[in-house]
Design a binder for this molecule. Structure first.
Ligand SMILES: [Zn+2]
Length: 392
Protein backbone atom coordinates (compact mmCIF):
# COMPACT_ATOMS: atom_id res chain seq x y z
CA UNK A 1 0.00 0.00 0.00
CA UNK A 2 1.27 3.52 0.74
CA UNK A 3 5.02 4.03 0.93
CA UNK A 4 5.68 6.81 3.44
CA UNK A 5 9.31 7.68 4.09
CA UNK A 6 11.33 10.51 5.73
CA UNK A 7 11.91 13.81 3.95
CA UNK A 8 15.29 13.70 2.28
CA UNK A 9 17.02 16.86 1.06
CA UNK A 10 14.81 18.97 3.28
CA UNK A 11 15.40 22.64 4.03
CA UNK A 12 14.05 25.08 6.59
CA UNK A 13 14.27 28.83 7.02
CA UNK A 14 16.27 30.04 10.02
CA UNK A 15 14.27 31.11 13.06
CA UNK A 16 15.03 34.79 12.51
CA UNK A 17 11.99 36.53 11.04
CA UNK A 18 10.28 33.23 10.27
CA UNK A 19 6.89 34.74 11.21
CA UNK A 20 7.07 36.92 8.05
CA UNK A 21 8.24 34.10 5.75
CA UNK A 22 5.46 31.53 6.15
CA UNK A 23 2.21 31.60 4.19
CA UNK A 24 -1.01 29.67 3.56
CA UNK A 25 -1.07 27.40 0.48
CA UNK A 26 -0.95 29.16 -2.89
CA UNK A 27 -4.60 28.58 -3.78
CA UNK A 28 -6.20 30.33 -0.81
CA UNK A 29 -4.16 33.55 -0.88
CA UNK A 30 -6.02 36.69 -2.00
CA UNK A 31 -4.22 39.28 -4.17
CA UNK A 32 -4.11 41.62 -1.15
CA UNK A 33 -2.62 38.92 1.05
CA UNK A 34 -0.06 38.06 -1.61
CA UNK A 35 1.03 41.66 -1.79
CA UNK A 36 1.38 41.88 1.98
CA UNK A 37 3.29 38.59 2.19
CA UNK A 38 5.65 39.45 -0.66
CA UNK A 39 6.74 42.68 1.00
CA UNK A 40 9.21 40.38 2.77
CA UNK A 41 11.88 39.40 0.23
CA UNK A 42 12.15 35.92 1.74
CA UNK A 43 8.48 35.07 2.02
CA UNK A 44 7.79 31.57 0.70
CA UNK A 45 5.17 32.91 -1.74
CA UNK A 46 8.03 34.27 -3.85
CA UNK A 47 8.43 30.56 -4.67
CA UNK A 48 4.86 29.25 -4.43
CA UNK A 49 3.08 32.20 -6.10
CA UNK A 50 5.62 33.81 -8.41
CA UNK A 51 3.09 34.80 -11.12
CA UNK A 52 2.03 33.05 -14.30
CA UNK A 53 4.45 34.44 -16.89
CA UNK A 54 7.30 32.23 -18.08
CA UNK A 55 9.85 34.56 -16.51
CA UNK A 56 7.96 34.43 -13.17
CA UNK A 57 8.35 30.65 -12.95
CA UNK A 58 12.00 30.93 -13.96
CA UNK A 59 12.54 33.57 -11.31
CA UNK A 60 11.19 31.18 -8.67
CA UNK A 61 13.60 28.48 -9.81
CA UNK A 62 16.56 30.86 -9.61
CA UNK A 63 15.46 32.17 -6.22
CA UNK A 64 15.19 28.67 -4.76
CA UNK A 65 18.74 27.85 -5.85
CA UNK A 66 19.95 31.18 -4.47
CA UNK A 67 18.30 30.60 -1.09
CA UNK A 68 19.90 27.17 -0.85
CA UNK A 69 23.30 28.63 -1.74
CA UNK A 70 23.25 31.68 0.51
CA UNK A 71 21.88 29.84 3.56
CA UNK A 72 18.43 31.45 3.56
CA UNK A 73 17.23 27.84 3.41
CA UNK A 74 19.25 25.55 5.63
CA UNK A 75 19.56 21.81 5.00
CA UNK A 76 18.23 19.41 7.65
CA UNK A 77 19.02 15.74 8.03
CA UNK A 78 16.41 13.28 6.71
CA UNK A 79 13.38 13.33 8.98
CA UNK A 80 9.66 13.06 9.47
CA UNK A 81 8.03 15.91 11.32
CA UNK A 82 5.14 16.15 13.74
CA UNK A 83 3.12 19.22 12.77
CA UNK A 84 0.78 20.64 15.37
CA UNK A 85 -1.55 23.58 14.72
CA UNK A 86 -3.39 25.34 17.51
CA UNK A 87 -6.22 27.52 16.31
CA UNK A 88 -9.58 29.12 17.09
CA UNK A 89 -12.75 28.34 15.19
CA UNK A 90 -16.24 29.57 15.96
CA UNK A 91 -15.11 30.74 19.39
CA UNK A 92 -13.54 27.38 20.36
CA UNK A 93 -9.88 26.42 20.70
CA UNK A 94 -8.63 23.34 18.84
CA UNK A 95 -5.39 21.56 18.03
CA UNK A 96 -4.71 19.28 15.10
CA UNK A 97 -1.63 17.09 14.74
CA UNK A 98 -0.29 15.56 11.56
CA UNK A 99 2.89 14.03 10.14
CA UNK A 100 4.95 15.61 7.37
CA UNK A 101 6.80 13.04 5.27
CA UNK A 102 7.33 11.92 1.68
CA UNK A 103 4.93 9.53 -0.02
CA UNK A 104 5.53 7.58 -3.19
CA UNK A 105 3.38 8.89 -6.04
CA UNK A 106 1.21 6.15 -7.51
CA UNK A 107 -1.42 6.10 -10.25
CA UNK A 108 -4.94 6.34 -8.82
CA UNK A 109 -5.62 2.91 -10.32
CA UNK A 110 -3.32 1.34 -7.70
CA UNK A 111 -5.92 2.38 -5.09
CA UNK A 112 -3.20 3.54 -2.68
CA UNK A 113 -3.48 7.33 -2.83
CA UNK A 114 -6.96 8.40 -3.90
CA UNK A 115 -8.49 11.71 -4.99
CA UNK A 116 -11.74 13.09 -3.62
CA UNK A 117 -12.35 16.10 -5.86
CA UNK A 118 -12.35 16.87 -9.55
CA UNK A 119 -9.52 19.02 -10.93
CA UNK A 120 -9.16 21.81 -13.52
CA UNK A 121 -6.54 21.47 -16.28
CA UNK A 122 -5.54 25.16 -16.14
CA UNK A 123 -4.51 24.91 -12.49
CA UNK A 124 -2.52 21.78 -13.19
CA UNK A 125 -0.62 23.55 -15.95
CA UNK A 126 0.34 26.36 -13.55
CA UNK A 127 1.71 23.92 -10.97
CA UNK A 128 3.49 21.94 -13.68
CA UNK A 129 5.33 25.00 -14.99
CA UNK A 130 6.34 25.92 -11.45
CA UNK A 131 7.50 22.37 -10.71
CA UNK A 132 9.57 22.28 -13.88
CA UNK A 133 11.15 25.66 -13.14
CA UNK A 134 12.06 24.57 -9.60
CA UNK A 135 13.31 21.11 -10.70
CA UNK A 136 10.34 19.38 -9.08
CA UNK A 137 11.10 20.74 -5.64
CA UNK A 138 8.37 20.14 -3.03
CA UNK A 139 7.67 23.72 -2.03
CA UNK A 140 4.51 22.88 -0.09
CA UNK A 141 3.00 19.69 1.27
CA UNK A 142 -0.20 18.22 -0.09
CA UNK A 143 -2.63 16.96 2.55
CA UNK A 144 -3.81 13.40 3.03
CA UNK A 145 -6.27 11.64 5.26
CA UNK A 146 -5.84 8.13 6.70
CA UNK A 147 -7.96 5.82 8.83
CA UNK A 148 -7.30 6.00 12.60
CA UNK A 149 -4.32 4.06 13.97
CA UNK A 150 -3.75 3.70 17.72
CA UNK A 151 0.05 3.45 17.51
CA UNK A 152 0.29 6.67 15.50
CA UNK A 153 -2.20 8.46 17.74
CA UNK A 154 -0.06 7.62 20.77
CA UNK A 155 3.07 8.75 18.96
CA UNK A 156 1.51 12.09 18.06
CA UNK A 157 0.17 12.78 21.55
CA UNK A 158 3.58 12.29 23.20
CA UNK A 159 5.03 15.34 24.97
CA UNK A 160 8.14 16.27 22.97
CA UNK A 161 9.26 19.39 24.81
CA UNK A 162 10.49 22.49 23.00
CA UNK A 163 9.45 22.46 19.32
CA UNK A 164 12.01 22.43 16.53
CA UNK A 165 9.94 25.15 14.84
CA UNK A 166 7.36 27.31 16.63
CA UNK A 167 5.77 30.19 14.74
CA UNK A 168 2.67 32.34 14.24
CA UNK A 169 2.31 34.49 11.13
CA UNK A 170 2.93 38.20 11.60
CA UNK A 171 1.35 39.00 8.22
CA UNK A 172 -1.89 37.01 8.12
CA UNK A 173 -3.33 37.25 11.55
CA UNK A 174 -5.52 34.16 11.85
CA UNK A 175 -4.07 33.25 15.24
CA UNK A 176 -2.88 29.80 14.18
CA UNK A 177 0.25 28.61 15.97
CA UNK A 178 2.42 26.17 14.04
CA UNK A 179 4.74 23.88 16.02
CA UNK A 180 6.93 21.14 14.58
CA UNK A 181 9.06 18.43 16.12
CA UNK A 182 11.28 15.76 14.55
CA UNK A 183 10.25 12.15 15.01
CA UNK A 184 12.85 9.73 16.43
CA UNK A 185 14.40 7.26 13.97
CA UNK A 186 12.50 4.27 15.35
CA UNK A 187 9.26 6.26 15.23
CA UNK A 188 9.85 7.06 11.58
CA UNK A 189 10.40 3.38 10.86
CA UNK A 190 7.16 2.57 12.70
CA UNK A 191 5.27 5.15 10.60
CA UNK A 192 6.64 3.65 7.38
CA UNK A 193 5.63 0.20 8.59
CA UNK A 194 2.10 1.23 9.63
CA UNK A 195 1.37 2.99 6.34
CA UNK A 196 2.30 -0.10 4.34
CA UNK A 197 -1.26 -1.31 4.93
CA UNK A 198 -2.98 2.05 4.49
CA UNK A 199 -4.81 4.02 1.86
CA UNK A 200 -4.46 7.79 1.78
CA UNK A 201 -7.23 10.11 0.58
CA UNK A 202 -6.07 13.45 -0.83
CA UNK A 203 -7.89 16.29 0.92
CA UNK A 204 -5.82 19.19 -0.47
CA UNK A 205 -3.32 19.25 -3.33
CA UNK A 206 -4.99 17.27 -6.12
CA UNK A 207 -3.47 19.50 -8.79
CA UNK A 208 0.05 19.14 -7.47
CA UNK A 209 -0.34 15.40 -6.97
CA UNK A 210 -1.68 14.79 -10.47
CA UNK A 211 1.05 16.96 -11.98
CA UNK A 212 3.61 14.59 -10.46
CA UNK A 213 1.57 11.49 -11.23
CA UNK A 214 1.39 12.41 -14.92
CA UNK A 215 5.14 12.97 -15.01
CA UNK A 216 5.47 9.22 -15.27
CA UNK A 217 8.67 8.74 -13.30
CA UNK A 218 9.15 7.09 -9.92
CA UNK A 219 8.75 10.05 -7.63
CA UNK A 220 7.81 11.04 -4.10
CA UNK A 221 5.75 13.99 -2.95
CA UNK A 222 5.82 15.90 0.32
CA UNK A 223 2.64 15.15 2.22
CA UNK A 224 1.03 16.12 5.49
CA UNK A 225 -0.94 13.18 6.90
CA UNK A 226 -3.77 13.36 9.42
CA UNK A 227 -6.06 10.70 10.87
CA UNK A 228 -9.76 11.06 10.07
CA UNK A 229 -10.60 11.05 13.80
CA UNK A 230 -8.17 13.84 14.73
CA UNK A 231 -10.34 16.05 16.95
CA UNK A 232 -8.94 19.27 15.45
CA UNK A 233 -9.30 18.22 11.81
CA UNK A 234 -12.11 20.33 10.40
CA UNK A 235 -13.74 20.21 7.03
CA UNK A 236 -15.77 23.38 6.74
CA UNK A 237 -19.07 23.71 4.93
CA UNK A 238 -18.47 25.42 1.59
CA UNK A 239 -21.02 27.99 0.56
CA UNK A 240 -21.47 29.71 -2.77
CA UNK A 241 -21.59 33.48 -2.30
CA UNK A 242 -23.08 35.48 -5.16
CA UNK A 243 -22.52 39.16 -5.95
CA UNK A 244 -25.59 41.24 -5.09
CA UNK A 245 -26.17 42.37 -8.69
CA UNK A 246 -25.73 38.88 -10.08
CA UNK A 247 -28.14 37.50 -7.51
CA UNK A 248 -30.96 39.30 -9.35
CA UNK A 249 -30.72 36.49 -11.90
CA UNK A 250 -32.24 34.19 -9.28
CA UNK A 251 -36.00 34.34 -9.76
CA UNK A 252 -38.77 32.90 -7.66
CA UNK A 253 -40.08 30.96 -10.65
CA UNK A 254 -36.73 29.21 -11.23
CA UNK A 255 -36.54 28.37 -7.55
CA UNK A 256 -40.06 26.96 -7.60
CA UNK A 257 -39.29 24.86 -10.63
CA UNK A 258 -36.65 22.97 -8.66
CA UNK A 259 -37.44 23.45 -4.97
CA UNK A 260 -40.25 23.71 -2.48
CA UNK A 261 -39.64 26.95 -0.61
CA UNK A 262 -39.89 27.14 3.18
CA UNK A 263 -39.58 30.60 4.71
CA UNK A 264 -37.00 30.86 7.45
CA UNK A 265 -35.09 33.70 9.09
CA UNK A 266 -31.39 34.64 8.97
CA UNK A 267 -31.16 33.79 12.65
CA UNK A 268 -32.99 30.47 12.47
CA UNK A 269 -31.80 29.04 9.14
CA UNK A 270 -28.85 27.22 10.74
CA UNK A 271 -31.11 25.44 13.21
CA UNK A 272 -33.64 24.46 10.55
CA UNK A 273 -30.98 23.09 8.21
CA UNK A 274 -29.63 20.98 11.05
CA UNK A 275 -32.88 18.98 10.89
CA UNK A 276 -32.44 18.13 7.19
CA UNK A 277 -30.82 15.04 5.78
CA UNK A 278 -32.20 12.64 8.38
CA UNK A 279 -34.97 12.74 10.92
CA UNK A 280 -37.35 14.65 10.67
CA UNK A 281 -36.50 15.77 7.09
CA UNK A 282 -34.82 13.04 5.01
CA UNK A 283 -34.36 15.39 2.05
CA UNK A 284 -31.09 16.92 0.80
CA UNK A 285 -32.29 20.49 1.42
CA UNK A 286 -30.15 23.56 0.92
CA UNK A 287 -30.26 27.00 2.54
CA UNK A 288 -30.53 30.34 0.80
CA UNK A 289 -29.74 33.78 2.18
CA UNK A 290 -30.88 36.60 -0.07
CA UNK A 291 -31.85 40.25 0.50
CA UNK A 292 -31.74 39.76 4.28
CA UNK A 293 -34.21 36.91 3.97
CA UNK A 294 -33.57 33.22 4.51
CA UNK A 295 -35.15 30.08 3.06
CA UNK A 296 -34.89 26.33 3.29
CA UNK A 297 -35.15 24.87 -0.21
CA UNK A 298 -36.29 21.27 -0.48
CA UNK A 299 -35.51 19.62 -3.84
CA UNK A 300 -38.38 18.73 -6.19
CA UNK A 301 -38.28 15.83 -8.71
CA UNK A 302 -36.89 18.16 -11.43
CA UNK A 303 -33.84 18.80 -9.23
CA UNK A 304 -33.50 15.14 -8.25
CA UNK A 305 -33.23 14.40 -11.94
CA UNK A 306 -30.53 17.03 -12.47
CA UNK A 307 -28.26 15.61 -9.77
CA UNK A 308 -29.20 11.93 -9.86
CA UNK A 309 -25.70 10.71 -10.79
CA UNK A 310 -23.90 12.75 -8.14
CA UNK A 311 -22.61 11.15 -4.93
CA UNK A 312 -25.14 11.35 -2.12
CA UNK A 313 -22.54 12.73 0.31
CA UNK A 314 -22.33 15.94 -1.75
CA UNK A 315 -25.72 15.99 -3.42
CA UNK A 316 -26.74 19.24 -1.73
CA UNK A 317 -23.71 20.99 -3.24
CA UNK A 318 -24.48 19.46 -6.62
CA UNK A 319 -28.01 20.89 -6.27
CA UNK A 320 -26.57 24.34 -5.55
CA UNK A 321 -24.23 24.25 -8.54
CA UNK A 322 -26.94 22.92 -10.85
CA UNK A 323 -29.39 25.55 -9.67
CA UNK A 324 -26.89 28.39 -10.16
CA UNK A 325 -26.29 27.06 -13.65
CA UNK A 326 -30.02 26.97 -14.42
CA UNK A 327 -30.37 30.51 -13.04
CA UNK A 328 -27.58 31.61 -15.37
CA UNK A 329 -25.55 33.24 -12.61
CA UNK A 330 -22.18 33.97 -14.26
CA UNK A 331 -19.40 31.77 -12.85
CA UNK A 332 -17.16 34.76 -12.18
CA UNK A 333 -19.85 36.17 -9.87
CA UNK A 334 -19.70 33.12 -7.61
CA UNK A 335 -17.14 32.85 -4.84
CA UNK A 336 -16.51 29.77 -2.73
CA UNK A 337 -16.13 30.20 0.98
CA UNK A 338 -15.48 27.74 3.78
CA UNK A 339 -17.49 28.73 6.84
CA UNK A 340 -17.75 27.54 10.43
CA UNK A 341 -21.23 29.08 10.83
CA UNK A 342 -23.82 30.89 8.73
CA UNK A 343 -23.23 34.12 10.67
CA UNK A 344 -20.13 34.53 8.47
CA UNK A 345 -22.31 35.17 5.39
CA UNK A 346 -25.31 36.96 6.91
CA UNK A 347 -26.30 39.99 4.84
CA UNK A 348 -24.88 38.43 1.68
CA UNK A 349 -26.46 36.34 -1.05
CA UNK A 350 -25.38 32.80 -0.37
CA UNK A 351 -26.41 29.21 -1.00
CA UNK A 352 -25.35 26.66 1.55
CA UNK A 353 -25.51 22.90 1.99
CA UNK A 354 -27.25 21.80 5.16
CA UNK A 355 -24.14 20.20 6.66
CA UNK A 356 -20.39 20.05 6.45
CA UNK A 357 -18.93 16.71 5.33
CA UNK A 358 -17.05 15.05 8.18
CA UNK A 359 -13.53 13.68 7.58
CA UNK A 360 -14.72 10.21 8.54
CA UNK A 361 -17.69 10.25 6.16
CA UNK A 362 -15.41 11.43 3.36
CA UNK A 363 -12.85 8.71 4.08
CA UNK A 364 -15.59 6.06 4.07
CA UNK A 365 -17.14 7.41 0.87
CA UNK A 366 -13.87 7.33 -1.10
CA UNK A 367 -12.57 4.08 0.40
CA UNK A 368 -15.87 2.43 -0.60
CA UNK A 369 -15.38 3.54 -4.20
CA UNK A 370 -17.95 6.33 -3.95
CA UNK A 371 -16.36 8.47 -6.60
CA UNK A 372 -14.99 12.01 -6.81
CA UNK A 373 -16.96 15.00 -5.58
CA UNK A 374 -17.54 18.30 -7.38
CA UNK A 375 -14.82 20.93 -7.11
CA UNK A 376 -14.86 23.12 -4.02
CA UNK A 377 -16.92 20.67 -2.01
CA UNK A 378 -14.66 20.57 1.01
CA UNK A 379 -12.61 23.23 2.73
CA UNK A 380 -9.94 21.97 5.07
CA UNK A 381 -9.31 24.16 8.11
CA UNK A 382 -6.78 25.16 9.17
CA UNK A 383 -4.79 24.90 5.96
CA UNK A 384 -1.33 23.33 6.13
CA UNK A 385 1.04 26.27 5.86
CA UNK A 386 4.02 26.76 3.57
CA UNK A 387 7.51 27.90 4.49
CA UNK A 388 7.87 25.51 7.43
CA UNK A 389 9.79 22.94 5.41
CA UNK A 390 10.78 22.58 1.76
CA UNK A 391 11.98 19.33 0.16
CA UNK A 392 14.16 20.07 -2.82
ZN1 LIG B 1 -35.12 19.67 4.89
Amino acid sequence: MALVIPLSQAYVFGRDGLEAKIAPPYDVISPQQREALQRHPQNITHLTLPGERTEDYEKAGILLEQWKRDGTLKPVSPCMLVYRQEFQLGGHAYATTSIIAMARVEPYGNMVILPHEETIPHHKQDRKLLAQATRWANLEPIFGLYSPETAIREMLSKDRGTPYIDVTSSVINDGTRHSLWKLEDEEQQAVTELFRSKQVIILDGHHRYETRMERNVQDCIMICLAASDDPGLKILRTVRVIGREAARAITRSTIEEYFTIYESGPGTLEKELARCGGDPCPSTCIGMLINDEAYVLSPKPAMHELVSGRPLIARDLAEIDAFLGKSRVPKEEITYKGIAGLDEVLGQCALTPAHAITPEALLRHIADGGGRLPRKTTYLYPKKWDGLVVAA
